[in-house]
Every structure is written in structure tokens, then in C-alpha cells.
Design a binder for this molecule. Structure first.
Ligand SMILES: [Zn+2]
Length: 313
């Protein structure tokens, strides 16, 4: 078992099949997360209600008869796909440490259409970015790299030598380190260039004011507006010796992109980076990643309240 799973081992496939055997089991799971203390009507606050016989994902309030879906606020809301397909897709994505392409997912889910699998994957990927996530703090290593991309028409394998049609794209990465030098969270962004304005913009989004930023000697990083900055330039040493963790992350990213996707395409680069960041940041918490991916829990409390407010507005 990989060491990173020791705290939060993903469910096995047989345990998953037993737990989420049908639509009712999935609906029940969603209802439990939405109303951990039991059903509460988001409209009138009545604590009594029941799931409809013909659709267990919809609950009806005993007080005002308003119907509430357990999928409200999740990525599954208004989808025509069975809940079990969504659950299984999230399970597969979070239990395969490398993730997978839409083609592989289509085969695993037994879906007839590639387009359905692709769309499903894109929707789940969108859940991988939490808009309220906290910026990185303490020590933060930052560097940028170039990643080759292939265009839509490039073959996945091309003969070595000769003129390569492959282009390059810039990616900047920040790695948060604890005070004793252990890596914690990361952020990544596809950037157009290595100009000061671009790099300072990234630091402003990804890094908490006051954090200590460590970079190589590139001038574009000089004088970040809200952070202390240390340019580590040691003559005779290569960049990967100085900024150890950020280079290790880049190396993992490149291996992952090649292994899972046979190289990345420019048009969806940020989505792939988001998936990589999500996997890295949750490498020890893949069980909770399952809920995050489906949007479960995001809506508990505030969303119920918001439902309530919007209902009255
Ligand atoms: Zn009600």
C-alpha cells in the first residue's frame, strides 16, 4: 500500500459496490450528509419529511409539501445520469492515484458514449478547485518551467529526430513548506510568460501576504508586493538542488502528464494542472476527496441557509 494512503485508505471496489449498490443507497448517503441530524425543510424549517416513493433522491416536507432534492448544490444536480454512475466515477478517480483519461473512464463505467464520459470527467475536474481555498503560508518555494504540448492533430508518438512540431507552455508552481522543510500544499498556473507582472500576479493569488518566498535568481520574482523574498543563487549549484521541492513537483507533473494523457494539450492545460494540484494536496485524504469531487458537504449549512434565503427573496 502506498505510504500516502496510510491515514485515509480509499475504499476497495468490492466495499464500494456493497455500500453503493443502487440509487437508493446513493440517495441515502446524500441525505445523511445534507441532514446529519435528520431532515430539515429548507423552506419552512419543519423537521419532518420523507423521500418520494418514485424518486428516493427527492424529499417532501410534511409541513409545507415543498420538495427538496438531495443533489441540490452538488455536481450531480439536474443530471440525467444515474447517481451510481457519478459515485462510481468519483470513486474510480479518487482511488486511482494517477487518475485517468476520459477513454479509460468510459471503459471502466461501461458508458456507451465517449462524450458522456468526457463531460462527466470535466464536471468532476471543475470540483477540484475550491474557490475559497486558503493561500499558501510560511515558506513558499516558487519556480516556473516549460512543458511541451501537442496539438490536436499531433500523433501521440512521433519518431525521434527531425523537426519537432511540439510547442512549449509555461507553468509556474508554488510549494508551501513547513518551518522544518516538509512540503504541504501546492498551487500551479499556466502563464503566458515569465514577466514580473505575471509572476507577481501569481504570488498575489497563491501566497498569503507576509509569507516568505524562495526563488532562484530570476529577476521577474524580485520585490513581490506583499512578501519577504529570498533569491537563492548559489554558484556551481543547479536550480533543482536549491529549490528541491518545486523541482520534484515539476518532475512528477511531467511523468504524470506523459503516463496518463500521453502529453498535454494546450487548450485544457489549466484543468489538468488543477487535477494534478488536487491530487497532490489530497494525497493523504483521498476518502474526503470523493465527497469534494461530487460537491457533497460543500452545501451543508450555508447552502441550506442560502436555499432558504433565496426562497424568500
Ligand atoms: Zn417545509
Amino acid at each position: 500500500m502506498p505510504a500516502r494512503w496510510k491515514n485515509d485508505k480509499p475504499m476497495s471496489r468490492s466495499a464500494f459496490d456493497a455500500r453503493f449498490s443502487d440509487e437508493e443507497a446513493c440517495s441515502h448517503y446524500l441525505a445523511e450528509h445534507r441532514w446529519p441530524e435528520g431532515f430539515v425543510c429548507p423552506s419552512c424549517g419543519t423537521c419532518k419529511g420523507w423521500p418520494l416513493k418514485r424518486n428516493r433522491a427527492t424529499w417532501e416536507c410534511a409541513g409545507c409539501a415543498r420538495q427538496t432534492s438531495v443533489t441540490a448544490g452538488t455536481v450531480m444536480h439536474s443530471s440525467h445520469l444515474p447517481l451510481r454512475i457519478w459515485f462510481l466515477a468519483a470513486h474510480i478517480i479518487t482511488s486511482h492515484s494517477n487518475g485517468m483519461s476520459a477513454l479509460q473512464l468510459q471503459a471502466q463505467l461501461g458508458l456507451g458514449s465517449y462524450k458522456t464520459a468526457w463531460l462527466l470527467l470535466q464536471k468532476l475536474r471543475r470540483s477540484m478547485v475550491n474557490p475559497d481555498r486558503n493561500p499558501l503560508k510560511d515558506l513558499v518555494e516558487i519556480d516556473e518551467t516549460e512543458i511541451p504540448f501537442r496539438s490536436r492533430h499531433d500523433p501521440e508518438d512521433r519518431p525521434k529526430g527531425g523537426r519537432s512540431p511540439v510547442g512549449k507552455m509555461f507553468v509556474v508552481c508554488a510549494v508551501e513548506l513547513s518551518r522544518d522543510g516538509h512540503p504541504r500544499r501546492i498551487r500551479m498556473k499556466h502563464i503566458p510568460d515569465g514577466a514580473s507582472k505575471t509572476l507577481h500576479g501569481f504570488i498575489g493569488q497563491a501566497v498569503e501576504p507576509g509569507a516568505h518566498v524562495i526563488t532562484d535568481g530570476w529577476l521577474g520574482y524580485e520585490n513581490p508586493p506583499a512578501n519577504t523574498h529570498e533569491a537563492k543563487v548559489v554558484s556551481g549549484k543547479k536550480a533543482h538542488d536549491i529549490l528541491h521541492w518545486v523541482h520534484r513537483v515539476f518532475s512528477n507533473l511531467k511523468t504524470w502528464a506523459k503516463g496518463v494523457f500521453h502529453g498535454l494539450r494546450k487548450c485544457h492545460l489549466q484543468r489538468y494542472l488543477d487535477e494534478f494540484v488536487f491530487r497532490w494536496n489530497r494525497r493523504r485524504h483521498m476518502r474526503s476527496a470523493f465527497d469534494t469531487l461530487l460537491g457533497i458537504g460543500v452545501g451543508i449549512g450555508p447552502a441550506t441557509y442560502r436555499d432558504f434565503v433565496e426562497q424568500r427573496a
